[in-house]
Design a protein around this ligand. Sequence first.
Ligand code: COA
Length: 417
Amino acid sequence: MRQRVGIESLAVAVPHRYLDLEDLARARGVDPAKYTQGLGAKQMAVAEPGEDAAALAATAAKRLIENNSLDPANLGMLVVGTETGVDHSKAVASYVQGMLKLPRGMRTFDVQHACYGGTAGLMAAAEWIASGAAAGRSAIVIASDIARYELNSPGEPTQGGGAVALLVSAEPDLLELDFGMNGVFSMDVHDFWRPLGRREAVVDGHYSIACYLEALSGAYRGWRERAIAREMIRPKDLPSEQLARVVYHVPFCKMAKKAHAQVRRCDIEDTRGVTWNEALDAQEAPAMTASFEKQVASTLGLCAQVGNAYTASLYLGIAGLLEKEAAALEGERIGLFSYGSGCCGEFFSGVVGKKAAQKMAAAKLGNVLAQRERIRFDEYERVLKLPPGEPLQGIHAAPGTFRYCGSQDFRRVYAAG
Ligand code: COA
């Protein structure tokens, strides 16, 4: 019998302040509808320098451990997927291990591959467990990032930040992965990158969308081939319609609409033997909209409030979906697409577990968002103009959270609230 493996539970941490996108649009002289409808964004998290990727990762992992009464002695691996690490050498995972005082008999490492690092970490952990090497132990995989672009640039409304900590184990109460069914696609491109020494990403925005869609097509087709071979999906009808929901990596929420349209185009071209054209596009538009509303819309709620969180984006989508629909989706298969610029894309799937609703109740997502504070545009701009690494003075870590509070002899110091 195949080893069961997947996500047993999750926890989320987000910066404690956010900017409303309509406020940003007004300040920049842009029609707010461009951001809210054109990009599908409502709010974006604004991380202060004290809320770096390590502090957010540790806060999410602390919640995961406490909310689920985990015994740290049963952990054998701690992986952080991030593209906004805090040191050229030292792993964020080591900082997290230190902040949480986790046992020393575990493997700790980071994975960097733009927004794909969290998924690479999840698969490394799942394969470690499925191989038997874990010998009954579990892994914590954390996706944690701060998305930053230049002020006044096209990327500005697609910022944000957050962390999602996943407990990966052989008891996948939240989501059992369809092990070995993943489809992957990678190529060497410059669509988005962050040269050494730069805090803000360099991005060729429209090209990055094209790369995302190319990677999605390749990864989805790979997954579909394996899913059909294993008779998990029927080759007739539209294979993607047999997934109860599809969660996409969303640098901005409207991307999910473009992505879902691409998946349906792949299905229609391949199952009907046609080539996509404008007439087909118009003919398929109503079905496309209906399918988006049914399979994708409910995955976007949390992402629209947090903005882009790079590696954490897909996992915020899963958290937001299961927060709302875990009970209804019990036993249903959902599709997942992870994309990291540079680039690598992975399409995979899993079945929502019987205890998913209970696990999501433990994650207390409502509390996480309720503690946030809306800030004005001038405060947002002030925070983003602070020198790199400079923590805000006089603000302490809130109870249950961690904060970067300065460096001594180049050693980063974190405070626990
Ligand atoms: N009302 C409603 N919609 C409007 C609008 C208005 N007043 N003005 C523009 N829009 C729509 C556009 O039609 C477009 O929709 P479409 O993509 O469905 O055609 C959307 O808003 C964005 O407008 P666009 O002119 O393309 O925006 P932009 O050139 O300023 O930049 C990005 C958009 C996404 C390229 C930019 O935000 C970016 O670079 N982001 C970071 C990179 C990224 O997220 N990449 C994704 C893959 S990883």
